[in-house]
Design a protein around this ligand. Structure first.
Ligand code: AMP
Ligand code: GLY
Length: 448
């Protein structure tokens, strides 16, 4: 990989921000594009990303945005792709757009959709988007009084960004009250938990829907399902996601139509009316209830590990897709997808999610990657300074994805590949893509 920026008019120089498994999947997809000039990345301490990208060599964040701005000018960057929500919520995209750089990922105002659940609920209410009923509180005792007035113990959510940990689904009113006081009085999530939502508990299977938008056009990607609990059978603590598969078998074309009509388009229209120029992906976390799909949350980024099943299935040019979204050309997007399915199995460290034990040598990655239609994405790994070997460096360590003709095929291959990889204390679920849930009969289904 050359260090000289490619300024030939047809090629695009890209800066990728973020350093997890999601960003490794994006990096591989971007690197495969014939339109790529040079791919730079903020986090080449991830050995997977380092394989295909040149280190940016300067911090790329909103706090020192002038450095990122200078970097983009200096290297003639045509497109910045921001993987995680943090930099978007902090306004990195705003600063880069000020310079005329195309960015995949919304400005700070659009990022509120994920970073401020109170704001997102208001937007949904105004747009009549189906979501769980809720009220927001800054005073713990008022929140508790409202909570106990509900028949069912409600779900308690910190309204700010809490790294996926700010949601408690209590099984009793006492647990709900404890969670409220823990967030508001004990400041469990600091500022992010200075306001809580007390929300009606919904029932049903969950799906993740991803829509590319430039604020005008919308392109909906295949739906995915992830497995959030640590252990088989959806037992154990919530995690960032222990595996995913795509497409979901829960949502048919009729239901997806409904999601587009009742959820995605109204939210995008509302943001546009508020003057928000949203360019990137909207990730709708949905619960399929007997009354139809309802929103649990919105995110302003790809899911992790959902991205690790979406990218390998994309047969079209990923860079063209990201660039079209960032430059307002979603309307003209035509994407081809590999038929069949993708399954990703996450290998996590011992002690994850509470206290991951790191520094364990990993073997077998090469053998797994040598298998046909298998992709190993690095999430929490690094190169050991002394041995040069790959060691564990985080909670979720690797995502092992396989493509197959069917979910069963892909599943079998993903587990065969995962079985070749070893490190001490590895945790993985054995039922990824096996328990796929059952779609409730919905009012709009003809058979329902
Ligand atoms: P969130 O970060 O809002 O997606 O919440 C994390 C997880 O909590 C979701 O994936 C659901 O499993 C669960 N959850 C969130 N909100 C609700 C709700 N209103 N009813 C039931 N479960 C919920
Ligand atoms: N897989 C869940 C998330 O990315 O939030």
């Amino acid at each position: 990989m050359s260090n000289t920026p490619d300024t030939a008019s047809n090629k695009l120089n890209v800066l990728l921000v973020g350093g997890g498994g999601r960003e490794h999947a994006l990096a591989e997809a971007i690197a495969a594009s014939p339109r790529l000039g040079t791919l730079y990345a903020s986090h080449t301490d991830n050995p997977g990303i380092a394989r295909v990208a040149t280190p940016a060599g300067v911090p790329i964040d909103a706090a020192q945005a002038y450095r990122a701005q200078f970097f983009c000018r200096d290297k003639a960057i045509d497109l910045v792709v921001v993987g995680p929500e943090g930099p978007l919520a902090a306004g990195l995209a705003d600063k880069l757009r000020e310079q005329g750089v195309a960015v995949f990922g919304p400005n700070k105002d659009g990022a509120q959709l994920e970073a401020d659940k109170h704001w997102a609920k208001d937007l949904m209410r105004q747009a009549a988007v189906p979501t769980a009923e809720s009220r927001s509180f800054t005073d713990a005792e008022k929140a508790v009084a409202y909570s106990v007035s509900r028949q069912q113990p409600p779900v308690i959510k910190a309204t700010g960004l809490a790294a996926g940990k700010g949601v408690v689904v209590p099984s009793s009113h006492k647990e709900a009250a404890d969670a409220i006081r823990w967030m508001l009085n004990d400041k469990a999530f600091g500022e992010a938990g200075s306001r809580v939502l007390v929300e009606e508990k919904l029932e049903g299977p969950e799906v993740s829907v991803f829509a590319l938008t430039d604020g005008k056009g919308v392109y909906i990607l295949d739906s995915c399902q992830d497995h959030k609990r640590l252990r088989d059978g959806d037992e154990g603590p919530n995690t960032g996601g222990m595996g995913a598969f795509c497409p979901s078998t829960l949502i048919d074309d009729a239901a997806m139509d409904r999601v587009q009509r009742e959820i995605l388009l109204p939210v995008i229209d509302s943001m546009r009316r508020e003057g928000i120029d949203y360019r990137g992906v909207i990730y709708a976390g949905l619960m399929l209830t007997s009354a139809g799909p309802k929103v649990l949350e919105f995110n302003v980024r790809f899911g992790d590990p959902e991205c690790q099943v979406l990218m390998p299935r994309l047969a079209s040019d990923a860079l063209e897709m990201l660039h079209a979204t960032a430059t307002g050309n979603v309307e003209n997007l035509e994407l081809a997808w590999h038929p069949g399915a993708a399954v990703c199995v996450v290998l996590a460290s011992e002690g994850y999610p509470e206290k991951p034990i790191t520094g364990q040598p990993i073997t077998g990655i090469d053998e797994a990657e040598a298998m046909e239609n298998v992709f190993v994405y690095h999430a929490g790994t690094k190169l050991d300074k002394h041995t040069g070997g790959v060691v564990t460096a985080g909670g979720r360590v690797l995502g092992v994805t396989a493509l197959g003709d069917t979910v069963e095929d892909a599943r079998e291959r993903a587990y065969a590949a995962a079985g070749k990889i070893h490190f001490k204390g590895v945790q993985l679920r054995r039922d990824i893509a096996l328990s796929r849930g059952e779609a409730p009969k919905m009012a709009s289904n003809r058979q329902g």
